[in-house]
Ligand binder design. Structure first.
Ligand SMILES: [Mg+2]
Length: 177
């Protein structure tokens, strides 16, 4: 069975993903999750770091689109001054919105990557249509039982990545040591 859950790349924070890295893997478009990937749920507006990161990608010819399962008011508010292509209520892990975003951006599967903090939604959505999954640990995870269960399900796949690429301190989040 095709592995749609193990990350292809992992970083401690979204802003460590540089244009140089993306170019080195042939990527010129990034479909990015918003909540807990770029900002915690309760942060309504982007901070300076996000603005700078988006600008540096744009300057290097890499387009970002927000593909979020959160609703339009949240994403529209966050995106107000960014003007990024944005797709709220995206229905991840479904593939429909990802394919629509790529079509509207004029990019192919081979030149696009999926960025997010969740394997069951973000990684799966990207990987089952052939996009590499770039995963960061959630900025500030919810602590309810459902979210803890999801993280437990992710653990073997993070462990698999760590075995192949080496353990990183940010993986402590998944308690895989
Ligand atoms: Mg998220």
């Amino acid at each position: 069975m095709k592995d749609c859950l193990t990350p292809d790349y992992m970083f401690g924070h979204y802003y460590e993903i540089t244009p140089e890295f993306l170019k080195s893997i042939g990527v010129r478009a990034v479909l990015s999750d918003v909540d807990n990937t770029l900002a915690p749920y309760e942060q309504e507006d982007p901070d300076e770091r996000i603005v700078k990161w988006l600008a540096s990608l744009r300057e290097n010819g890499i387009e970002v689109a927000f593909v979020s399962n959160n609703h339009a008011p949240r994403i529209e508010r966050f995106n107000k001054d960014l003007g990024v292509r944005a797709y709220p209520d995206s229905g991840k892990p479904g593939k429909k919105t990802l394919l629509r975003a790529m079509k509207e951006m004029g990019v192919t599967i081979g030149e696009t990557a999926m960025l997010g903090d969740q394997l069951l939604t973000d990684a799966f959505a990207g990987k089952h249509i052939g996009l590499p999954a770039i995963i960061v640990p959630p900025i500030k995870d919810k602590t309810n039982l459902f979210f803890r269960f999801k993280r437990l399900c992710e653990r073997p796949f993070i462990r698999k990545f760590a075995k192949k690429h080496g353990y990183q301190p940010y993986m402590a989040f998944w308690k895989i040591r």
